[in-house]
Design a binder for this molecule. Sequence first.
Ligand SMILES: [Zn+2]
Length: 256
Amino acid sequence: MNFVFRGNEILLRDSDLSLPDARWCAWAGVPVDAFHPLWLTDGCEDFCAHVGPEVEAPPGFSFHRLRAVLAQLGEQGAAVSRAFQVSEWVRTHRYCGVCAAPMLKSNTELCFHCPSCGFSAYPRVSPAMMVLIKRGDQLLLARHSAYAQARYTALAGFVEAGENIEEAIHREVLEEVGLRVRDIRYFGSQSWPFPHSLMIAFTAEYDGGELRIQEDELDDVRWFGPGDVLPPIPAPESVAGRLIRANLSPDLLLQL
Ligand SMILES: [Zn+2]
C-alpha cells in the first residue's frame, strides 16, 4: 500500500477512501525514491511518502484532511497513523540536529545516523494523558475553546519533561479545573499522529477542590449525571469516546 501525505492531508480514492497504487502515484508525479518502507521486515509492501504542496491528486483521488478521515479508515487507521509519523520523521530528519551533516537511514532499525558525529534520531513519540474525573455517578466533561463546535470530552494534556504520568494528571487537573483527584486507573491508549502523540487514558475519582475553568484552554466544564441532557461527545472510534461511553450513567447512555 502507498501512503502519500501532503501537509496534514492523505491521498485517497474519493469513492471508497482506498489508498493509491503505484500507477496512480506515478501519475501524480511522486518519485519512486520519495517512498520509504513502513516496516523493517523483508518484502515490506507498505510505503509512505511526503510530497510538496505543488503535487496534485490524480483523477478520482483527493488529498483528504487526515484528522477528518482517520476515524473512517477503520482497521487501516493504525497503519495510516504509523505512515504519517514515519513520513514526518523522514521529512524532518534530513540533517543532523547536532552538526548539520546529511543523515543516513539505517537498514536494520527505524533510525537515522549521522556519519559525521554519530548522533542517532528515532521517530519521536510524545505521551499525553487523558483523564475522566468521576464524582459518584457524575462525570466531568469539558469543551475546549480551541475548536469551534467542539464536543464535550475528558481533560487531556502532554506529559512534561521529568514528570511521570500520575504527576502530569494531578498537575493538569489542578491547572485546568482547580480540582484534586485520587484512585487513578488506567483505561486504554491510542496513537494520535498529530504529529506524534500517544494518548493514554485514565479515570480518576474527585478528591476535593472547587471547579474553576482555565479560560484560555476551556470554555465550559460541567458535571454530567442522571437527569442531565448529554452534550455531543467524541466518536466511539476515539479513546476519548470509548472512555466516556464506558463510564456514562445508564440514562445518559440511552441518550446516545
Ligand atoms: Zn552529526
